[in-house]
Design a protein around this ligand. Sequence first.
Ligand code: GDG
Length: 488
Amino acid sequence: METTRLAVVSNRLAIVVEKGNDGKWMIKSGSGGLVTALGPVLRDRGGLWIGWLGSNLQGSMDDGALEELLAQGSRETGYSLKPVDLTQEEIQKYYFGFSNEILWPLFHDLPSRCNFDPAYWRVYEQVNAKFARAIAENTGEEEDYVWVHDYQLILVADQLKKMGVNRHTGFFLHIPFPPLDGFIRLPWRFQILEAMLQYDLVGFQTVRDRRNFMDCVRMLIPGSKVIGHGQVARCLTPKREVLVGTFPISIDFKQFAEFAGTREVQDLAWIIHANLPERQLILGVDRLDYTKGIPHRLLAFANALERYPELRRKITLIQVVVPSRQDVPEYEALKHEIERLVGEINGRFTEVGWTPVHYIYRSLNRVELLAYYRTCEVALITPLKDGMNLVAKEFCASSIENNGVLILSEFAGAAAQLYNGALLVNPYDIEGVADAIYEAFIMDGETRHARMEKMRRSIQKNDIFHWVNAFLRAGIAKDLSQFPKAEF
Ligand code: GDG
């Protein structure tokens, strides 16, 4: 096969177009796990990224101006950008609706948060068809590998086939895949499962997710079976044979480690700590989302202060919450709950010269983020469920003196890799998390060092390039070096 160009397809493009304070449109780099992970990959070798620009631009900008911004984005990122335009109704029903009110909570084992509105399904199909058309128009059958990402775009390969378009396709699910008893509640369970099986390769973050998927296939598609147990197995159904693999996503370790050592990061790290002297800093960094377990974490922090009074004045929690899915009432309610808890804890425990929780509700720039990673003694990462959680890996990569302690939820995909160095906790167990905070606080330097070194070595070995290569080798028997710098 002479495939040489890589086309990445995701809900969001790697850039967002926004109106600045001066009323002019401008581009910004996108945020979130996927851009962090795939940006460095395409940056080095070019390629194509197809996705939605993140706002409803129809009618608000002329085509020439948009072309100009996209050309600027391509120059800055190093690869071509093809936007898929969505109408207001599509944004509501495909993105906020089917993706975020159905698939997101269901796949994170929170079915009671699902709103199975039948109107969402039709628009989800329609938007996936729109993405498929953009792929058909911008890629070729033989020379391109189409790599589709995440739960918003499960139907793309199916839609391509319905249009009679042949492509080499791979799909990677960034979020968990739920166990059978959760998945079967989905009114469109057969359509979703059959659509996943239309890709040539389906990748999951962990063995747990792939096992859940295979259980669903075996149960819902009679006559199907799995052959092999390794990283990539073969799934045989009466109609198709599909590869199913586990590929834990990672980060550009080298870039994080190097950047953490730069002067600007170091200076800011020093300033942060100098303002909070003689105490250990505990860091939480999360997008505003109910899967991240922020209220449970705050309760655990309060419980630690309650049950271990020697921690008072000696630890400070810095909780960064990055705004996300604003305008959704549920997220607004979560924000209020977090703010109420922060207020309650500070009201209860604050003493002269010590505020227990520092709460930051905004996106940090890169220097700030790295400075917090570098200067905080402990990271407290306690999602109720998470596909992987890149923050955990970024914290370790930035802990260049090997002195950080990672407290990590058992239910984050990252736990499968970092279990031998992290303090693993059940995020629902308030006292258990509080005990882990105390354990981290009293952990001696040598133990911290040994634990962090193990985790850093593992992340360094299995970095983002390793992830991409593993997926591409499984999908088309090639690795990145066989994708020469490509122009679309
Ligand atoms: C999904 C899955 C999976 C965070 N705060 C700031 C900031 N970030 C960056 C981090 C990290 C990314 O956002 C968050 O990634 P996560 O992996 O933690 O979480 P999700 O966004 O939910 O990502 C997840 C991931 O996809 C990849 O497969 O791991 O399980 O849910 O890279 O650095 N970046 C900046 N300022 C911030 O304040 N600049």
